[in-house]
Design a protein around this ligand. Structure first.
Ligand SMILES: [Zn+2]
Length: 197
């Protein structure tokens, strides 16, 4: 349609979440019509982000500094760790501005069906953090799914012997990158409504 460069651009864009072939063609056309204004700044932002952004060695958040800006922030409450499935969930909680403790990104949930065991998740570093740090409470903000519940129980059994209180956020909250759809009030209520597990 416009040469191999255009085909490649469209096929790469179409692989992004929320994009299909149609929206990829529209985005490619929009950029190609104003390459200086839309395309080159995007290209350099992509290159810079790919080079600079890495997972935080402590919590697993993605940031251009390591430890990430949350772990490095002296104002955060270090007695609280909120365990989330994905960086998307962490970012959604941060956007809502309702939580001021630290985080830990698991990278998924235990799943017998998909063959995901504890060794596939960021579990060991969590137990070390809780065992070594000034942590009083671990909040499990995992999905309200069978796998989310299984993971929460499994984690709670290993966290409680370390002398911390273990809580779960209110039920009915979709997690696993799905927190974006919730308004701040719902997120705040889910955090406030946490209970021992
Ligand atoms: Zn961090």
């Amino acid at each position: 349609m416009g040469g191999p460069e255009v085909d490649r651009l469209i096929s790469l864009l179409a692989k992004l979440p929320g994009m299909g072939p149609r929206s990829a063609r529209r985005a490619a056309l929009k950029m190609l019509q104003q390459p200086e204004l839309r395309m080159l700044p995007l290209a350099s932002a992509l290159t810079e982000a790919a080079r600079a952004v890495k997972p935080c060695a402590i919590c697993g958040n993605l940031d251009s500094q390591d430890p990430c800006s949350i772990c490095a922030d002296a104002q955060r409450d270090r007695s609280l760790i909120c365990v989330v499935e994905s960086v998307g969930d962490l970012w959604a909680l941060e956007r809502a501005g309702v939580y001021h403790g630290l985080y830990h990104v698991l990278g998924g949930t235990l799943s017998a069906l998909s063959g995901i065991g504890p060794e596939d998740l960021n579990v060991g570093p969590l137990l070390s953090r809780v065992g070594e740090g000034p942590v009083a409470e671990v909040i499990l903000a995992l999905g309200a799914t069978v796998d989310g519940a299984t993971t929460a129980h499994w984690l709670a059994d290993r966290l409680r012997p370390l002398g911390v209180s273990v809580t779960r956020v209110g039920q009915g909250v979709p997690m696993g990158g799905a927190l974006d759809v919730l308004d701040d009030g719902t997120l705040a209520a889910a955090l406030r409504g946490r209970r021992p597990c």
